[in-house]
Design a protein around this ligand. Sequence first.
Ligand SMILES: [Zn+2]
Length: 446
Amino acid sequence: MEIEIATIGGYEEVGRQMTAVRAGDDVVIFDMGLNLSKVLIHDNVETERMHSLDLIDMGAIPDDRVMSDLEGDVKAIVPTHGHLDHIAAIPKLAHRYDAPIVASPFTLALVEQQIKSEEKFGVQNDLVEMEAGETMSIGEENELEFVNVTHSIIDAINPVLHTPEGAIVYGLDKRMDHSPVIGDPIDMDRFREIGEEGVLCYIEDCTNANKKGRTPSESVARKHLKDVMYSLEDYDGGIVATTFSSHIARVTSLVEFAEDIGRQPVLLGRSMEKYSGTAERLDFVDFPDDLGMYGHRKSVDRTFKRIMNEGKENYLPIVTGHQGEPRAMLTRMGRGETPYELDDGDKVIFSARVIPEPTNEGQRYQSERLLGMQGARIYDDIHVSGHLCKEGHYEMLDALQPENVIPAHQDMSGYADYVDLAESEGYKLGEDLHVTRNGNMIQLVE
Ligand SMILES: [Zn+2]
């Protein structure tokens, strides 16, 4: 059976992930993501009304025109998890393919919301839910399997396409977490079994390939956060926390520790409401009944007024804005645009790392300065990464023993350390180690 891989997006950058695998006459697409920084750099761009081709020209979504060179029928579109760089191009591209979108329950709910907010295209693809551990036939001879992995968003999977020539394992995005705060540990047993059955190709998330050692578990970030928050138990002023709104495990820890130190947590900001509301509706979390979640400007401002009236010392606002995004809640608080007033010595907890990208770094710097000018004390970097570091990459190669490896989810300089690691494990660049770019085809079996 002919096996071909189209590396469509996310092979020259972190963002706008998209890969297609052709096995005989069947094609499966993994991820259709957005490169958010390409959108944010233009102020006031509303992608909801934009045409795909304009977004492709901006470098915001994958240029999927290369798909016309793949001879086969697309049988499934498979987003691996709910981060925007993996799902947010679905409303712009999926309607071009007569195929269902197959995803885990939380991811699928987020995809559904993306499709609903789309204003340019009518996306009619069937939405099919599949859980980790389950499989689905793809055409006559191929089978799709979801393996449970751990990442900075719940319900992440790595899809595996089993073909007569061996398995294609799509490894974006994950870390190896054996004690995640929510959900099951990564299913390394299954990866090892798949390795024994035979892996034709492994596509790897190289985000942290240049970092030594092992990515700590979410339970480590949780302990760190607990230490910081418990140390503030006697502080009788304002404490504000921010984190990735899609990071449900972290939000859950913030909510829990707020209550432990005698403060009522409240989630503020549109995306806080969206992700936590979805997780609660699907029973991934069990928040306290009285946990407030407010997204609209008016209800947020009303909540801030209530907090100021009843005393800041009784509350923990958990807000958007960990990267200093200009229109996010924490940035507005820093600019003094909300009814919440910061006093000298008030605490701001960033349970997030700055995404190392000039736009984020600049905006975050500005946000911290503004908060600092009002007297806020900053607690930074209470976080662990969602991506494998070097020893995780080594363990995955050891478990899967793939015949071919394709590094992904980085730019060219970001691949260098992964290439070194793979070569030290016996792979040869240009033979079975394929460093590639957006828009290329790699023929694995002719
Ligand atoms: Zn991700």
